[in-house]
Design a protein around this ligand. Structure first.
Ligand code: FES
Ligand code: FE2
Length: 384
């Protein structure tokens, strides 16, 4: 974000604080309860959002050197991402071309991938390298000479994959970002380091997990013993970028800026910024570090989800003191999100399936909720 945009955003937040207001939608919006409970709706989300839209896979630095690889099945498909000897990052369906076993497991560093079943091997560019007793497979190598590749984009220090094989190996993320690219670039995530990760399975719809990060209305209440002393409740700046958005939460110390010269104002230290990278990724800029939450439905059920939460830092820690600082931050987000937000999310899922009502209502002070769910309707081709 440019320096001027940062100052303008801080000025908007100070104005909201002074006038006891917040970014507002034009009117409240009612969303159907079935969005969170209907199996057909989930099937449509999986068919469209988790197949045809780019999904964030992580920071580019997760695959730091040639041979670095990771695998996951979150999107409902086994995906392998690996950095080649040419430094290029590639994504493949993690499916052996012999009889379909996974060729790689977990994450780590590899020189080749050898299928555990019959040891067909693949190089880091996905090419089929070896078939034991190949005379038994005449003409097969020419017909299936590599893993099936998925389109991948590494840009702004982040990595996206579209989980549908269409014969292409890459795509440009910019048309999907609605103008957010320059702002993402300004953080310089390309040189950041992974610090820690948690995989958190939940018993609520995956969109309730995302909704956790979509408004600040609840901070003064649900988080009265944790975040209320740090963040102001019910005060947010909101900006949409196509289907994506940025929601900025002012820290309580923001008011001190009024007594300080504008040149010294620091956006990151005085706010928490939540970027929603449509459809399922939440990138939270927290002063001196970033949390990346990737959220998926689980087990094909409307009331099952999983959040993969990673903590990234500008520089890999070298001292015990630095590690203690990042550990404390990881624990803080876990305490708040899994200790306070998610129990409420579980109760919401139960409430939604109770039949108490057909619609939920998002207030004018919840513009990111409205934008997110209207964006989803648009992406699914539903009427606005
Ligand atoms: S399934 Fe992979 S080698 Fe047979
Ligand atoms: Fe919360």
């Amino acid at each position: 974000m440019s320096r001027q945009d940062q100052v303008d955003l801080l000025k908007r937040l100070l104005h909201y604080v002074d006038t006891r207001t917040t970014a507002m939608a034009d009117s409240p919006w009612r969303n159907e309860v079935s969005v969170y409970t209907c199996a057909e709706r989930l099937a449509e989300e999986q068919r469209v959002l988790f197949r045809k839209h780019p999904l964030v896979m992580g920071f580019g630095s997760d695959w730091a050197t040639p041979g670095s690889y990771s695998t996951d099945d979150y999107a409902g498909l086994p995906i392998l991402v690996v950095r080649g000897r040419d430094e290029k990052l590639r994504a493949f369906l993690n499916v052996c071309r012999h009889r379909g076993a996974k060729v790689a497991d977990g994450c780590g560093s590899a020189r080749v991938f050898s299928c555990p079943y019959h040891a067909w091997t693949y190089d880091l560019a996905g090419k089929l390298a070896g078939i034991p007793d190949e005379r038994c497979f005449p003409d097969v190598r020419s017909e299936r000479n590599s893993l099936v590749e998925l389109p991948l984009c590494e840009k702004y220090g982040l990595v996206w994959v579209i989980p549908t094989a269409d014969g292409t190996a890459s795509f440009d993320i910019d048309p999907w970002l609605g103008g957010l690219g320059g702002e993402l670039a300004s953080y310089g995530f390309g040189s950041w380091s992974f610090y820690d990760r948690r995989v958190i399975p939940e018993t609520m719809n995956w969109k309730i997990v995302v909704d956790t990060f979509n408004e600040g209305y609840h901070i003064g209440f649900l988080h009265r013993d944790s975040l209320r002393d740090v963040l102001m409740g019910n005060v947010n700046d909101f900006e949409a970028f196509g289907l994506n958005h940025r929601l900025t939460f002012p820290r309580r110390k923001l008011e001190r800026l009024k007594a300080e010269p504008e040149e010294s104002w620091d956006l990151m230290w005085n706010t928490s910024m939540v970027y929603l990278l449509f459809p399922n990724t939440v990138l939270i800029v927290q002063g001196d570090h970033v949390e990346l939450a990737r959220v998926f439905p689980r087990e094909g059920r409307t009331d099952r989800s999983v959040m993969d939460l990673g903590l990234y830092v500008p520089k890999a820690p070298v001292t015990a003191e630095e590690r203690a600082h990042w550990d404390k931050n990881m624990q803080l987000v876990l305490d708040v999100v899994t200790g306070e937000d998610f129990p409420t999310g579980r109760s919401i899922q139960i409430g939604l399936t109770s039949g108490a009502q057909n619609h939920l209502v998002y207030g004018r002070n919840e513009p990111a909720m409205i934008h997110y769910h209207q964006s989803m309707r648009e992406a699914l081709g539903l009427r606005a």
